[in-house]
Design a protein around this ligand. Structure first.
Ligand SMILES: *Cc1c(COP(=O)(O)O)cnc(C)c1O
Length: 233
């Protein structure tokens, strides 16, 4: 079997999982956007899922992403940056991406707003360290509302919502518990910022738990493109 058939076949399995979860947890059909996380994967894999209609892609490594964005320019893709942001590398993010999901400091948001020149505003999610893990990026839950209120003031950004990477767990109930706390935080901030419409949570291993707790955007890599080789550098 060719590589292309693999990726498009896996994509349809993931779409089916997502549709099943929407039914099971009483979500509106097709209300959860599928972001295909293509980090470390070659452009051919992206083209294979584009042929099956996929247009939203998530990338973590800036230089790799910029190459892909350039090669696929004009083909209607929507590019989401989901990796760690270095404060001296905000300009290429502001200039080349449609979304940035991992903003956790006001300084980064200010730079992105200052550097956004496109007619469209840059869509932003605030990354929350929902399980308060030492190893993870993200703002702490109790500091999230203040950051959202400040980011919402910036002129060239559109604050869309929250993003999180819950603690890894095999247990559906544990996965769901992290997602529930994220949803409750999201809803409490939405009362002051009603334009927020995005809850970016759920990956290959926990997308059902995320959909159960109101995710509007799941970020799926491995289940579509297969295992990734460890990244060197
Ligand atoms: C890599 C990555 C994903 C995709 O994870 P999989 O387990 O491969 O589906 C999702 N979100 C972020 C932030 C990632 O870095």
């Amino acid at each position: 079997m060719s590589h292309d058939q693999d990726a498009s076949r896996s994509l349809s399995i993931v779409r089916h999982r997502l549709a099943q979860a929407e039914v099971k947890f009483n979500r509106t059909p097709e209300s959860v956007c599928l972001l295909a996380v293509s980090k470390t994967k070659p452009i051919e894999d992206i083209r294979a899922v584009m042929a099956a209609g996929q247009r939203d892609f998530g990338e973590n490594y800036l230089n790799e992403a910029l190459g892909k964005i350039e090669q696929l320019a004009g083909q209607g893709c929507c590019w989401h940056f989901i990796g760690a942001i270095q404060s001296n590398k905000t300009r290429p993010l502001a200039e080349n991406f449609d979304w940035v999901h991992c903003v956790d400091r006001l300084k980064i948001a200010q730079r992105l707003s200052d550097q956004r020149k496109d007619d469209d505003l840059l869509n932003i999610c605030i990354q929350v360290n929902i399980d308060e893990e030492q190893s993870k990026a993200g703002v702490l839950p109790e500091e999230t509302k203040a950051l959202c209120l400040a980011v919402a003031q910036l002129p060239r950004l559109k604050l869309r919502g929250l993003m999180a990477i819950p603690r890894a767990s095999e247990s559906f109930e544990e996965q769901r518990d992290s997602c529930r706390r994220l949803r409750e935080l999201f809803e409490s901030i939405q009362r002051e910022l009603p334009d927020m419409d995005t809850l970016s949570v759920g990956m290959s291993g926990d997308l059902e738990a995320a959909v159960a707790e109101g995710s509007t955007m799941v970020r799926v890599g491995t289940a579509i493109f297969g295992q990734r080789a460890p990244k060197i550098s």
